[in-house]
Ligand binder design. Structure first.
Ligand code: PA5
Length: 358
């Protein structure tokens, strides 16, 4: 199937992308710099003494920031566990020795508000990250330190605003060391990628446009290895859903070898319409590398297409952000290739309205 739109016609792309998701994405390096500044806000942070776990609350486009924090903190050797909570209930162990970050871009997400209130009532040490809404009001009322991020964006387009202040807070509180410098140094790489993927760069030289074109008419299935890259696969899937409005699924090596690998034998008409995107990393654990090769050899005749996407960059943090950024651009170009405005997520808004009307 061919794209409905010429991906090299910048004018056509801009007319579909009426809220300028491409522009917002292109300015991600600037967002990261601003987010580092937001992270330096003079707030009365809770004590780090005796903290047993870090718990990050958030859903969807906000919740993924918690996953990014968890991935980076893990790769940087944070010694306390980081747990992300995406739902209405806190795990029973959350209490006075928990450091809890409540992230909601809008500040009005009911699951996050629920857990925020519960965590406060259990005496947890709270920090909020939001652009406003109920979470901002509650934080002000409860004397909870709150990082205010700019409003007017889609939550998923605010990834930098949401995850960077948390990482820098963890550094300020002594849980991490050197991660802020790594984020600062990341800027050069992000600027290069932003130039490489921008709409003016033609398809032949623009890998994000090329992959988007290859995804037209296929069901994306994103595979990565467990560990730091698992968040990248989830981000790819969610961005394909929300920007391009296509179904998309993800799974992780090695777990998928214990179930999903068997699942490509029936429904051949569906299987041959899938495009498997494998997120790869140059320093892959050798057993994972071997598993990927064997798996793809076993299933290649059953699926439609397979593409390997290699993370680029010198450190795990750089490579993670690199591969996420590439997925973000690919999902937006896929939206545009389908003639779809990437920004609105009407179904999420409608669902929230219906939930509110009882
Ligand atoms: O992308 C979206 O709009 C959603 O995934 C939201 O992020 C999600 O519904 C949670 O809302 P918020 O980020 O405002 O807390």
């Amino acid at each position: 199937m061919e794209p409905a739109v010429d991906l090299d016609s910048v004018e056509e792309l801009r007319s579909i992308d009426s809220s300028d998701m491409l522009g917002v994405l292109g300015r991600f390096p600037q967002q990261s710099t601003e987010a580092l500044e937001i992270g330096r806000t003079d707030l009365n942070l809770p004590s780090a003494e005796g903290v047993k776990e870090i718990v990050i609350l958030g859903m969807g486009g906000s919740g993924i920031s918690g996953d990014v924090v968890s991935a980076i903190a893990g790769s940087e050797g944070l010694s306390v566990p980081v747990i992300t909570v995406k739902g209405y209930y806190l795990p029973p162990f959350v209490g006075e020795d928990s450091l809890v970050f409540a992230i909601s871009y809008s500040g009005n997400t009911e699951e996050t508000i629920n857990c925020y209130a519960d965590a406060c009532s259990r005496g947890a040490r709270m920090v909020a990250v939001t652009s406003g809404g109920e979470i901002a009001r509650k934080a002000a009322g409860d004397d909870v330190p709150c990082f205010k991020v700019p409003s007017g964006f889609q939550p998923r387009a605010s990834l930098g605003y949401l995850f960077i202040p948390i990482l820098s807070t963890l550094e300020r509180m002594g849980f991490l060391n050197g991660v802020v410098t790594q984020i600062e140094e990341l800027n050069g790489l992000l600027m290069e990628r932003s130039e490489e993927y921008k709409p003016e760069i033609p398809l032949d030289d623009n890998p994000a446009k090329r992959l988007a074109k290859e995804l037209v008419g296929f069901l994306p299935v994103v595979y990565s290895s467990e560990g730091i890259y698992s968040v990248a696969a989830l981000r790819w899937k969610a961005q394909l859903n929300e920007n391009a409005k296509v179904p998309a699924f993800h799974n992780l090596f090695p777990e998928l070898n214990h179930n999903e690998t068997v699942g490509w034998e029936h429904l051949q008409d569906v299987c041959t319409k899938t495009h498997i995107v494998v997120l790869r990393e140059p320093e892959e654990y050798p057993r994972i590398e071997k598993r990927i090769k064997i798996t793809l050899d076993l299933i290649e005749n059953h699926v439609g297409r397979i593409t390997h996407v290699w993370a680029r960059g010198g450190t795990p943090v750089e490579r993670l952000l690199d591969i996420i950024y590439f997925g973000d651009f690919t999902s937006v170009y896929l939206a545009l290739a389908l003639g779809q405005d990437p920004t609105p997520v009407d179904r999420i808004s409608e669902l929230k309205q219906l939930l509110a009307s009882d």
